[in-house]
Design a protein around this ligand. Structure first.
Ligand SMILES: Nc1nc2c(ncn2[C@@H]2O[C@H](COP(=O)(O)OP(=O)(O)O)[C@@H](O)[C@H]2O)c(=O)[nH]1
Ligand SMILES: [Mg+2]
Length: 333
């Protein structure tokens, strides 16, 4: 059974990837790391990124796979010129691109990195170290303030990110600091074990929640983050933000329904206390209840709170049954 744990900058990152001496003997001979890069019109950054990956000196077999979402600029020409593997995405959206790429890949370790040059290849070693030394099942690069270029994350995105992190941490008792990070390393096997439905930018949040909920060891490591140059972000803060929020809401409901509906129940009870106490006061001090609307309101709020709790209990039952079925299926296969 894997430990249910998430660590903030959990382990000491060594300066060099320690796969050289004793660890090397234990390293799977077939170990292959594939760097998957989703792209959509990234001509101004993709060439430099590809060259940086090719010139990195990490002592493991590394290949590159670009999955393109229908770029109309020179992105594909650059990939051809740099002689890297690239495929055209069949569906639409970053989430779909990532799933399609993993399905196509023959590697056993996957690293996702954006093609816009905002994440740095010099952090690759830091990303791989915990994974290859079996200290984590998924490593997420967290864009800490100290290593972030000024203006690289907009205020709106930063607020959204913090909101999502808080919701995740509350529901899962975790310590996530960057649920939206696009720099992630994990095994292909683990990726396939995660149930991911997201088509677009919700995929990162979904991966984080799914991984923690399934008991995988998720570790965040501090990484640098640069400002996007030359091109514009494909993420729409409003529409994509709402989509990410919606996805998160449904996953959290699915992961921990009793807690989710418990909070809603508590909300109704707390709000209902005001008219409730008012009515009690009238009855005890004045001898008679005069404000009938308060009675109705209090009753409505308390009943709705009660219903929320019942819904939470029923949902918990459904989720637990589903987990038992999943467990039985996994045991069988
Ligand atoms: N294949 C593919 N890549 C996409 C799609 N949308 C965005 N991307 C890429 O995903 C990465 C992250 O997108 P970006 O616009 O930088 O989002 P942000 O980092 O959240 O601002 C970039 O490399 C984009 O080119 C898509 O629909 N398909
Ligand atoms: Mg970006």
């Amino acid at each position: 059974m894997k430990t249910f744990k998430i660590e903030k900058y959990g382990i000491k990152i060594r300066k060099k990837l320690k796969v050289d001496s004793e660890k090397k003997d234990n390293l799977d001979e077939d170990l292959m790391v594939e760097i998957i890069i989703p792209t959509l019109n990234e001509e101004s950054s993709i060439g430099k990124l590809l060259r940086e990956i090719k010139s990195q000196k990490i002592p493991v077999k590394i290949s590159i796979l670009v999955i393109d979402g229908g770029s109309t600029d020179k992105t594909i020409d650059i990939c051809k010129k740099e002689n890297v593997k690239w495929i055209q995405q069949k569906s639409k959206g970053k989430g779909n691109a990532m799933r399609e790429a993993v399905e196509f890949s023959n590697a056993n370790v996957i690293v996702f990195i954006d093609g816009d040059g905002t994440y740095s290849i010099s952090d690759l070693e830091t990303m791989l170290e915990p994974l290859l030394n079996n200290k984590a099942d998924m490593v997420v690069g967290t864009r800490i303030k100290e290593k972030r270029e000024k203006g690289s994350i907009s205020v709106l995105n930063s607020i959204g990110n913090r909101l999502f992190n808080r919701a995740i941490n509350f529901a899962l008792k975790s310590n996530v600091t960057d649920s939206l990070s696009g720099y992630r390393a994990l095994t292909k096997q683990m990726f396939n074990d995660l149930i991911l439905f997201s088509h677009s930018f919700e995929i990162e949040v979904e991966m984080t929640v799914e991984a923690i909920a399934k008991g995988y060891r998720v570790i965040e490591v501090p990484i640098s983050y640069k400002k996007r140059t030359g091109t514009v972000t494909k993420l729409n803060p409003t529409s994509d933000g709402i989509k990410i929020g919606q996805t998160l809401l449904f996953i959290l409901m699915n992961v921990n329904p009793l807690k989710f509906f418990g909070v809603i129940c508590l909300g109704f009870i707390i709000v209902g206390l005001y008219p409730g106490i008012l009515v009690m006061y009238e009855k005890i001090v004045l001898g008679d209840v005069v404000s009938i609307p308060s009675v109705t309101l209090a009753a409505l709020l308390f009943v709705t709170g009660g219903i929320s709790l019942v819904v939470g209990l029923l949902s918990e039952l459904v989720v637990r049954s589903r987990r038992r079925i999943e467990y039985m299926i996994r045991k069988r296969y």
